[in-house]
Structure formats: C-alpha cells, structure tokens
Design a protein around this ligand. Structure first.
Ligand code: GAR
Length: 188
C-alpha cells in the first residue's frame, strides 16, 4: 500500500480531485490531509469524503517536532503540497528528502517565490501581458519554488482572459496532470 499525505491551506479542490482519482485504487491511500488554516474549505471536503484531516498551528509546525512526529508515524511514500502556503521547515525536508512535492500555478522559474500564490500569480501574469502560463510540479527544497522540476504543462492566454479565467485554465491543467504525476512517482 502506498501512502500519500496532503498539505493544503485553502479550498482543496486539488485534494478532492486527487482523492477522486485514487478512490478505486486499492494500492494507494490518502493517510491524512493536514492544514494550517482552521477555516479552510478543504476541511469540509475531507468531512464529506471521510478523509482523515488535521489542523496544526505555527507552534506545532515551526517551533516543535509535533508535525514532524505525526508525519513519521504516518510513514508517507509521498507528501503532496496542494495549495499549501507556509514554507516547509528544514527538519521536514531533511527527513523526507525527495518525498515532498509541490504544485505551482505558473511556469517556474517565472512567477515563483515568497508571496506568489493563487490569484496573485494570475493577476501578475495578466498585468505583464504574458501569452502563456501553466503549471509546475516540482520537488520541495529549502527555497520557495526552487526545487527540481518534475513536470510542466502550458496553456495559452487570450486577450479576453481575466485573472479568474486564467485561474480556471490553470486549475484544469492541475486536475489533469497532478494525480497522474503523483501516481507515476508512487510507482517509482
Ligand atoms: C492551486 O492553483 C495551486 O497551484 C496553488 O494554489 C491553488 C490551490 O487551489 N498553489 C500555490 O499557489 C502555491 N504557491 P485548491 O485549494 O483549489 O486546490
């Protein structure tokens, strides 16, 4: 059995899409979803889908070994950041080296780094009149959005696009590619 632990801070539509993708796969389980936002919509999704979900605060994540110890107990094959907005502490990266991946809603190395998340990314891309955008799935290292790239997918931007319509196109790419990449990493 391969075990996935997901981290999310927001809506969790990627979490739900990944859960849906693996629901009939007897070899893959979502051990838990962890969130740093006590009012995140992802928690409602986990209730509905009957997925284990835990909230943690900064003390548990940054000032103690609490989250690290929970992860050690869960023994994940892959830790997946799906819209998770805090920087991962070094101790976690050290302990789970090459087992933590992130999805970023742009074509890294462009439009990455601290503060670049969610709609902020799409608004900046629109202002800069980019002709294309996309997604980047990458390993997580000590620096925001700088780990080795695993996979990218592109979509074009039309003159009529808004930040919202770009977000929709990017989400569609995420739903299509992220579960498949997770599956291929789990299969080695
Ligand atoms: C996704 O578009 C993901 O790429 C982005 O947050 C969104 C979460 O959506 N992640 C980042 O911006 C990380 N820097 P969701 O909660 O509906 O899955």
């Amino acid at each position: 059995m391969k075990r996935i632990v997901l981290f999310a801070s927001g809506s969790g539509s990627n979490v739900e899409n990944i859960a849906d993708y693996f629901k009939d796969n007897p070899n893959v389980t979502i051990s838990a979803v962890l969130t740093n936002k006590r009012d995140a919509k992802v928690l409602e999704r986990c209730d509905r889908l009957k997925i284990n979900a835990l909230y943690f605060n900064k003390t548990a994540f940054l000032e103690s070994d609490c989250v690290l110890n929970i992860l050690k107990a869960l023994q994940p094959d892959l830790i997946v950041l799906a819209g998770f907005l805090w920087k991962i502490p070094d101790a976690l990266i050290f302990h789970f080296s090459d087992k933590i991946i992130n999805i970023h809603p742009a074509l890294l190395p462009k439009y990455g780094g601290k503060g670049m998340y969610g709609m902020k990314v799409h608004e900046t891309i629109l202002q800069n009149k980019e002709k294309e955008t996309g997604i980047t799935i990458h390993y997580v290292n000590q620096n925001y959005d700088e780990g080795a790239i695993i996979h990218q997918a592109k979509t074009s931007i039309a003159p009529s696009d808004t930040a919202e319509s770009i977000a929709e196109k990017v989400h569609a790419l995420e739903y299509e590619h992220f579960p498949k990449i997770i599956e291929s990493l789990l299969n080695g």
